[in-house]
Write a protein of this length. Structure first.
Length: 96
């Protein structure tokens, strides 16, 4: 579970307290300083399995606005193979 909140003052939110430590429960994460090749590799590894099955790191897959994945190397937009079905028995996610 994660708690997501909008931060109004990020500098104050991430400031250390008087003892030089971050607030309890604070999570710090970053991935800056990567060159283009490393950014593409990181992005590919974080993609869903179905994307890694159809694309390589060199395809530069990225999430497309409106859903699916855009392969930046060709400009092709690949829709997700997963669909949501709502029935009286429940909500199901199935592979199309």
């Amino acid at each position: 579970m994660s708690r997501i909140e909008w931060v109004l003052r990020p500098v104050a939110y991430l400031s250390k307290d008087d003892q030089g430590t971050f607030p309890k429960g604070c999570r710090i994460m970053g991935s800056g300083g990567l060159n283009e090749s490393s950014r593409n590799e990181r992005c590919w590894y974080l993609m869903p399995t179905w994307v890694k099955e159809i694309a390589t790191i060199d395809d530069k897959p990225r999430r497309a606005k409106g859903g699916g994945i855009v392969l930046k190397s060709t400009g092709e937009i690949v829709p997700s193979p997963w669909t949501v079905k709502i029935t009286p028995m429940g909500i199901y996610i199935i592979k199309a």
